[in-house]
Design a protein around this ligand. Structure first.
Ligand SMILES: NC(=O)c1ccc[n+]([C@@H]2O[C@H](COP(=O)([O-])OP(=O)(O)OC[C@H]3O[C@@H](n4cnc5c(N)ncnc54)[C@H](OP(=O)(O)O)[C@@H]3O)[C@@H](O)[C@H]2O)c1
Length: 318
């Protein structure tokens, strides 16, 4: 939960906010207390930001029925996940931060939830108490490079389990809570989810499967109010990219990659997209990375490769 900053409330959870008419304050006739409204949410028209001073009062019971919009983020201890958890917390959202390392989760804001995505069968029990959820962001990921000739089965299994089966199972378990809140699901994918290059087969297969999962889910939930998006970042300056560059035998040049905070901001924009829009796919590449034809893989930028060498530029099919 936020340790400072404003908190965001959705109108439907604030009993008296339905009467909101643009005034600077709201009065709760039940308690007689007034709430200072700082501004309306830029994304989801029905939200208001209430000054934290009053939000604290509300948590002591002065305003019954107030509920902070809550987002669950996997991979919360990773580069992009950590940036997103901090961004969401700073915006006043309630955050459930999922990771497998309790000590590192404890350094983050939000409510920690320890789970190992190599064991999807444990996930439904882990989230059993969540009955409303405004956003689910799948940010955890695993990558090991290698030629098909060399990748042993356990490495294939870990890619497909952590990057694909676990997000599917977690989504399944949380769908009732997401439907109840007409929530958003965001899959943090990769350039490898759009094209597969040598030595990226297992990761690319898992991420292209993740795109398929998102597409099917979007179509299935069209009538439920749940919105589903895939975000495809290029190379991003995190521990994962350090490992990738080491495996590629290349230099890690942080200034040439996206910042984790930039990717997190894109995910936030998707989460806060107005209700009349469904953001299906967002492709992010480091500025100046060159044309997005078939280049080196993946988690990374498509540099200029021969246009015939591979499919799929960054142009997603919606
Ligand atoms: N960095 C890039 O260049 C890049 C580019 C495109 C897409 N992406 C995607 O962006 C997402 C975030 O990546 P990142 O760059 O932030 O990588 P990162 O810093 O390595 O973070 C990866 C996160 O996934 C978690 N994770 C991995 N295996 C797990 C498991 N079995 N159970 C639970 N959590 C597990 C890690 O937990 P631990 O901290 O415990 O290891 C960590 O929190 C991933 O889906 C990745 O595929 C990254």
């Amino acid at each position: 939960m936020s340790k400072g900053g404003p908190r965001w409330f959705e109108a439907r959870w604030v009993a008296r906010l339905e009467q909101y008419n643009g005034a600077q304050t709201l009065r709760d006739p039940g308690s007689g207390h007034s709430f200072a409204v700082q501004r309306l949410c830029p994304g989801r028209g029905k939200c208001a930001v209430i000054h934290p001073k009053f939000a604290r009062a509300s948590r002591t019971g002065l305003c019954q029925g107030v509920r902070v919009a809550t987002m669950l983020v996997t991979g919360a201890t990773g580069g992009i996940g950590r940036a997103l958890v901090r961004l969401l917390d700073g915006r006043g959202y309630g955050v459930i931060a999922v990771g497998r390392n309790a000590a590192r989760l404890a350094e983050l804001p939000g409510r920690p939830l320890v789970a190992d995505l190599r064991r999807p069968e444990t996930l439904a029990a882990a989230v059993a108490g969540i009955d409303r959820l405004d956003g689910l962001v799948h940010c955890a990921g695993f990558v090991r490079l290698g030629a098909v000739a060399d990748i042993p089965y356990p490495v294939w299994a870990e890619h497909l389990t952590v990057n694909l089966a676990a997000p599917a199972e977690l989504t399944r378990a949380l769908l009732p809570a997401l439907r109840a809140a007409r929530g958003r699901v965001v899959f943090v994918n990769s350039g490898a989810g759009l094209r597969a290059n040598p030595h990226w087969s297992a990761y690319a297969a898992s991420k292209q499967g993740l795109r398929a999962l998102a597409d099917s889910l979007r179509a299935e939930e069209a009538g439920s109010g749940v919105r589903v998006s895939s975000v495809f970042p290029g190379r991003t300056a995190t521990a994962m990219q350090r490992g990738v560059r080491a495996a590629e035998g290349g230099e890690y040049r942080e200034s040439e990659y996206l910042r984790a905070e930039t990717v997190a901001a894109a995910v936030l924009a998707v989460l806060e997209a107005p209700d009349d829009a469904e953001v299906t796919e967002v492709v992010l590449r480091p500025a100046g990375a060159g044309p997005a034809t078939a280049g080196p893989a993946t988690a990374g930028p498509a540099t200029a490769g021969p246009a015939t060498a591979g499919p799929a530029s960054a142009g997603p099919a919606t």
